[in-house]
Design a protein around this ligand. Structure first.
Ligand code: MN
Length: 502
């Protein structure tokens, strides 16, 4: 799936008339030059578009309304090259509904010591011009990304790129349709939540379907499509002997292929970008969809098991943000622990549904019994994952707000083979350590289901939380439980007193 054809970010430079037309012309030239050179570096996931320098309340309102109305505009970057009295920005900022990034930079990097005069100072005064705008955005309690530094520095360009990717993911959430095939796993709490509030807050809609809505698409499957898909399996994976042509369990692989084709047709027909299923509502599914779900995730679909629509939507948006980056992103579950004398680890996996985008080798396609669900043995991809830095993210509904919880982890290669484990897995050391991380996670109410990513860092999720106006709790190498508990209490008070608008 491609998510950003013909999209762009608007670059709006603020000023005022006080300096005369000559200065304003120079400001406009600088802004155009900055945009051209940032675009040459692919600083943002979609190109920046330099808009005219704005100098009046009318112009500012007009550009903000136009940004709202342009479906190709993913967000707005603002920069006050000179001073732009911020009462002029009130109407525009009040109307602007696109993600907002305040780039606090300066056209020249260094002070020209031998020739600096008052003209130079008046032209290059973002140091205080941007503070004036900053006050107004804070006064209005407006969420925005603030990036500080010279625009040619790698750090500024990296932050811009992250923000732009998150804006793209945010846009994708606005139109996302999540299909729930079956309801929640019975009695499970954390996968529940307020779907109306979620749509108001994040934009995505969640609706329920029956397995028969999926399986009716089996009828349209052509023998050729089935043969082609089986060939794809044969070339992409190492098939267990029983699943190979003429093998005793070949029929199960054919059934898995029919399930994949039916699911794909269902998702495409409905325009769904994410979905859930649950082993308790499998209807006429012959086996729990494993291979199909894994391959659909690899193609960019969001997924949550046991009816977990929040994780499905979060996974979808994170896959959009991560497009083209190194490292995979998958549905995940903290499954079992390894308490070691020096370091404790978490084995992450699920019954079947881990995305092969995180695989460290060609997955093995296998069939094994599944103790729950009461269906035939499901086909699944089994693999280990790449070591390296990663994170787990969980979105929970606290009743009066959504909370995003992030734990940074270091994934490691298992010390020994796991010959009897019939599922894809990841082994990680949480930061700062398992004891502190799991204590903080549990205190924050983090779910057992997460989105696991090696492509995105915590910065992305902080930007996402800002755009959505939701709480974020980060558990990283610096986390101290005493501070963390205090922070949870502070947030409780904050969200009791203050709710961000939609
Ligand atoms: Mn689960």
């Amino acid at each position: 799936m491609t998510h950003n054809p013909d999209r762009h970010f608007w670059f709006v430079t603020g000023s005022q008339h006080l300096y005369g037309p000559e200065v304003l012309t120079t400001v406009g030239e600088h802004a155009a030059d900055l945009v051209r050179r940032l675009n040459a570096r692919d600083a943002t996931i979609a190109p920046l578009l330099a808009k005219e320098v704005v100098t009046t309340p009318e112009q500012i309102l007009s550009v903000c309304l136009a940004a709202n109305a342009d479906p190709a505009c993913l967000g707005v970057v603002v920069w006050m090259h000179t001073f732009s009295p911020a009462k002029m920005w009130i109407q525009g900022l009040r109307q602007l509904q696109k993600p907002l990034c305040h780039l606090h930079t300066q056209f020249n990097a260094e002070i020209p010591w031998d020739r600096i005069d008052m003209d130079f100072m008046n032209l290059n005064q973002s140091a205080h011009g941007d503070r004036e705008l900053g006050f107004m955005m804070s006064r209005m309690r407006r969420n925005r990304k603030v990036i500080v530094g010279h625009w040619q520095s790698p750090s500024v360009q990296r932050q811009l790129n992250i923000w732009s990717r998150v804006a793209l993911g945010w846009r994708a959430l606005q139109t996302l349709k999540v299909a729930r095939v079956g309801d929640n796993m019975r009695q499970v709490a954390v996968t529940e939540g307020d779907k109306v509030e979620a749509q108001l807050r994040f934009g995505f809609s969640v609706n329920g379907y029956d397995t028969s809505d999926v399986l009716k698409h089996r009828e349209g499957i052509s023998p050729q499509a089935l043969r082609d898909l089986l060939e794809t399996y044969e070339s992409a994976y190492t098939l267990a002997p029983g699943l190979q042509k003429g093998g005793a369990q070949r029929a199960s692989l054919e059934e898995a292929a029919r399930i994949e084709l039916a699911l794909r047709a269902f998702l495409e027909e409905g325009g769904f970008g994410a979905f859930t299923d649950t082993f308790e509502n499998l209807g006429e599914f012959a086996q729990l969809p494993g291979l199909a779900v894994q391959r659909l995730m690899a193609d960019g679909y969001g997924f949550g098991a046991e009816g977990d629509w929040k994780t499905a939507a979060l996974l979808y948006s994170m896959k959009v943000m991560a497009q083209g980056l190194e490292g995979g992103t998958s549905f995940m579950e903290d499954y079992t622990y390894h308490f070691g004398p020096e370091r404790s680890l978490v084995l992450g996996a699920h019954m079947l549904e881990i995305c092969p985008s995180i695989a460290s080798h060609t997955p093995s396609c296998e069939i094994h019994p599944l103790g729950i669900g009461g269906k035939a043995d499901p086909v699944r991809l089994v693999f280990d994952s790449l070591p390296g830095p990663a994170l787990n993210a969980s979105l929970v509904d606290m009743g009066n707000r959504f909370r995003l919880i992030v734990n940074e982890v270091e994934s490691v290669v298992p010390e020994q083979a796991l010959p009897k484990l019939p599922v894809a897995r990841v082994l990680w050391a949480p930061k700062p350590n398992l004891e502190v991380a799991a204590t903080a996670w549990i205190l924050a109410g983090g779910a057992h289901h997460t989105v696991y990513t090696q492509a995105l860092t915590t910065d992305y999720l902080e930007d996402l939380a800002d755009m959505a106006g939701i709480e974020i709790q980060v558990i990283d190498a610096e986390t101290r439980l005493r501070d963390f508990k205090q922070h949870l209490n502070t947030q409780e008070v904050y969200y009791h007193l203050f709710q961000r608008g939609y």
